[in-house]
Design a protein around this ligand. Structure first.
Ligand code: C5P
Length: 215
């Protein structure tokens, strides 16, 4: 796989519900870049397996689905369900699936006018030459609370303790897998949003991006 990025790319990584999606959308809109939530690509692959009644560890079938995924048709409202996130993290341990999705993500990243990609391995694997990299994190308790509030604000019901347990389990699965584990790139800027609003994190990120663009 060749990295074909020559456009401006902003890489945003971090664990589930740390605020990286919101931060990425704010950055994309501010700098007029396109945005790809790469988590949706793993979610769409997992959902296609579930819809067909196939096991989540069928690597060849999952890779085939991943290769034919249309990045323009990722429907967040359908894919954002909590259970699909769980399923996605199981699909995401399989190297053939990762290879197919990373290839598509790199094509997206290389397309003008440039892009913000958010995920787990953007700064380390997908776009190691990104203009600037952020690693957004927060305590598991704060992330569970945010996810809980998001679900209830949308009229759903949620169990805070269950969400916290799932977040801890998913962090471990993402950080301990052999292929592209979740970890900050050595040159990533850390943004801990435990006690910081996403808007404040955006301001901090904007100043750093402006400085990187001046160089
Ligand atoms: O970010 P989101 O919660 O939508 O991601 C769902 C799952 O997809 C993650 O828990 C992770 O296992 C996987 N993922 C990944 N690499 C990415 C983005 C997501 O492994 N770049």
């Amino acid at each position: 796989m060749t990295e074909q990025v020559s456009q401006i790319v902003i890489a945003v990584d971090g664990p589930a519900a740390a605020g990286k999606g919101t931060l990425s959308r704010l950055l994309a809109s501010h700098y007029r870049l396109s945005h790809l939530d790469t988590g949706l690509t793993y979610r769409a692959t997992a959902k296609a397996l579930l819809d067909r009644g196939l096991p989540l560890d069928d690597e060849d079938m999952a890779a085939e689905i991943a290769r034919t995924l249309d990045l323009g048709r990722l429907d967040r409202s359908v894919l954002s369900a909590h259970e699909i996130g769980e399923a996605a993290s199981k699909v995401a341990v399989m190297p053939k699936v990762r290879r197919a999705l990373v290839e598509a993500q790199r094509v997206f990243a290389a397309t003008p006018p440039g892009s913000v990609l958010d995920g787990r391995d953007i700064g380390t694997v997908v776009c190691p030459n990104a203009l600037i990299k952020f690693y957004v994190t927060a305590s598991p308790e704060v992330r569970a609370r945010r996810r809980h509030d998001e679900i209830t604000a949308n009229g759903g019901s949620a169990d805070l303790d269950g969400i916290l347990a799932d977040i801890i389990k998913r962090d471990a699965r993402d950080a301990e897998r052999a292929d592209s584990p979740l970890r900050p790139a050595s040159d990533a800027h850390l943004l801990d949003t435990t006690k910081m609003s996403i808007e404040t994190a955006f301001e901090a990120a904007r100043i750093l991006v402006d400085a990187a663009l001046e160089h």
